[in-house]
Ligand binder design. Sequence first.
Ligand code: M6R
Length: 366
Amino acid sequence: EKGGYPHFMLKEIYEQPQAIRDTFRGRMRENKGMIKMAGVDDHIDKFINAKRLVILACGTSWHAGLVAEYIIEELVRVPVEVEYASEFRYRNPVIDKDDVVIAISQSGETADTMAAMKLAKEKGAFVFGVCNVVGSSISREAHAGAYTHAGPEIGVASTKAFTTQITVLTLLGLKVAKAKGRISTSDLHMHLEELRLIPEKVEEALKSNDHVKEIAEVYKNASNCLYLGRGFNFPVALEGALKLKEISYIHAEGYPAAEMKHGPIALIDEHMPVIVIATRRGHYDKVVSNIQEIKSRKGKIIAIVTQGDVTVKELADHVIEVPEVMDSMSPLLTTIPLQLLSYHIAVMLGKNVDQPRNLAKSVTVE
Ligand code: M6R
């Protein structure tokens, strides 16, 4: 059942090229510059007229929502807010019929997300579900939706759900941008072509596995870890930290790289591993100066870089390469080595990778 892999998590990490392909299969007509998503097509007026989008989710799905905020704001030019479902539901949120609410949930059974979306519905919003489990409660409660088609995710640590959620939300953003005339046909073609190549690039990123394992060996006994990223990759830093926490029980924090100087930089010394996402197209120079700040405080730097990088390679203690890609799609690649890193550390520490202590696959109680 684990298809020859020692754990579901590793199997699911390796399934990502196929899972992403399954998510866009049948939806993309890249040669025609068209995207088919019945749940969006049937309610396109709601999306066109929305004054803002509000994304509700928990955990990793919330991180996918944050990536989507960056992508959709850029493409559609409408404000996007991303809320923890558990906070949203208890604060009498301002929501009305001109809002489109997107609830993201792998399981489709998360109690807080379900309650938050019901509340948004009561207030008159149009609610769109992005779920993986077909027929799940959230997918049934939504007015419309799009499935991620990632296949069953068994490991408690979410991996392929995250990348397929980002894929679906990218398609949604492109589709709405097109419907609103915010993107030219040639730009749309370009995005779709980039997306079509993502599965191969994820395969390529997975080839870093042995190297990531060597790095895991060096840092497995760390008691803290900092993850930094900017722009589209800021949420990936949060997600990398969550992965490490939940399966290896090492304390980790994700931060936008520029926030470091507002506090966390005080933590940095020679015992602190800092994982920095430093891809070429994503505020590269700014991230390089953040790396210099860490280095001058003797922090250990593990950088995720674009293939062929030279500058960061000279500064960092370790670099992990991912293929070149358009900035907005880089989270689909940069997240891969971070998943592998937490996986290997957890295995080396003898932890129960697929069923970490105190956690359940779907959190059906609040
Ligand atoms: O099924 P959901 O996507 O609604 O689950 C949300 C979170 O409980 C989930 O992502 C959790 O944070 C994972 N264990 C993270 O790996």
